[in-house]
Write a protein that binds this ligand. Structure first.
Ligand SMILES: Cc1cc2nc3c(=O)[nH]c(=O)nc-3n(C[C@H](O)[C@H](O)[C@H](O)COP(=O)(O)O)c2cc1C
Length: 342
């Protein structure tokens, strides 16, 4: 699939995705600050971190923070997990009442905490329950309902493909498949064959997910599966500009990327407050330092204890990097001409 194809819109009824490069839901990572950055760089679709469908957890701080919308017009897509069709329908109703423009159901999570409650990927072999859940949620809300799943329970079954088909028949509008089984969790190669089988059997759009980190891996995933688009998780951490690059835009200059890291840091401090913000920031800034090629500085950043120290450190790094880039550019005229060193 070319840049142009990935950058074309995808119609899901009452919601139109502005392109086909989506940010995957990742609990503890794809919060409002991260989704704000991803949206700014052109992500076509973003799903909130998973919220439990248990209504008694509705008012916990964690659940409330996960249901906050990103400013700037991004359609609010909320993911939920659970196993009781009635409770899930009620949760979906509440979410849609709060402004969710799309509801995503998680049938892929391998986490023990989720599977112990027979939710997430634990449901994959239970097509009747999957059908009942999707039907109940679809009838409860007027917004599109999507599902996210894996290839199956084990490497050699395709329960996830059957689940995707069952979800389509029950009224789902789009499916995302992570090309690994529940048993594989996040390890081993992504398998495209089952995803391709799902694309063939489905009429609704399918996004392929798993180990997509750049143009090449996106092209391979789409070519091998005939998927309608891609969903990216870990590959976007520390480089939200990936969405811009995959939809035909330019790679931002080093100066711009440094500024993006600083901007993201401030969003985290503001959103979580200074104490929690400092902890959350460590996960993200270490990823930025890696993608910016200065991983050796990670221990220094991790040792900083306050928001002020983090901000001051990052400002100093940015100034120092920009100065050194300018010096290099002066020393080598061809570098000055290279937009990456602006
Ligand atoms: C830390 C972490 C948290 C995740 N949380 C969720 C989640 O809440 N819901 C979900 O459907 N998938 C979740 N996933 C799975 C991702 O959405 C995605 O399917 C998986 O990471 C494979 O894609 P990637 O190789 O692009 O990261 C999570 C993954 C990670 C690494």
């Amino acid at each position: 699939m070319s840049d142009a194809a990935l950058s074309s819109a995808l119609d899901l009824g009452s919601v139109q995705l502005r392109n086909r490069v989506a940010l995957a839901p990742m609990a503890g990572l794809t919060d409002v600050p991260f989704r704000t950055m991803a949206w700014r760089f052109g992500a076509g679709h973003m799903v909130s971190e998973m919220v439990a469908s248990k209504l008694e957890l509705w008012n916990t701080q964690k659940s409330q923070l996960r249901r906050i919308a990103v400013a700037g017009g991004a359609p609010m897509a909320v993911q939920m997990a659970g196993n009781d069709p009635g409770v899930m329908a009620e949760t979906a109703r509440r979410l849609s009442g709060e402004g969710a423009a799309l509801i995503d159901i998680n049938f892929g999570c391998p986490a023990k905490k989720v599977c112990r409650r027979a939710a997430g990927s634990a449901l994959l072999a239970d097509l009747e329950r999957i059908t009942a859940i999707v039907e109940a949620v679809v009838s409860a809300v007027a917004v599109p309902v999507t599902v996210k799943t894996r290839t199956g329970l084990d490497i050699d079954d395709e329960y996830g493909v059957d689940a995707a088909v069952a979800a389509e028949q029950a009224g789902a509008t789009m499916v995302v498949i992570h090309g690994r089984s529940r048993a594989c969790r996040f390890v081993g190669p992504v398998r495209f064959k089952p995803v391709a089988n799902a694309t063939q059997r489905l009429k609704i759009p399918l996004l392929v997910n798993g180990d997509i980190t750049d143009k090449q891996t996106a092209t391979v995933a789409v070519t091998q599966t005939a998927a309608d688009g891609v969903m990216i998780g870990r590959g976007a951490i520390g480089q939200p500009w990936l969405f811009q690059v995959l939809t035909g835009g330019e790679m931002p200059s080093v100066r711009e990327r440094l500024c993006v890291m600083g901007e993201h840091l401030q969003h985290m401090h503001q959103f979580y407050g200074l104490q929690q913000g400092v902890r959350i920031a460590r996960k993200h800034i270490q990823a930025y330092l890696q993608t910016l090629g200065v991983a050796q500085l990670i221990p220094q950043f991790m040792s900083l204890d306050t928001a002020f120290e983090q901000l001051t450190w990052l400002n100093a790094l940015t100034e120092c990097r920009i100065k050194s880039l300018q010096q290099q550019a002066l020393a080598t005229p061809q570098m000055a001409a290279n937009s990456a060193y602006r």
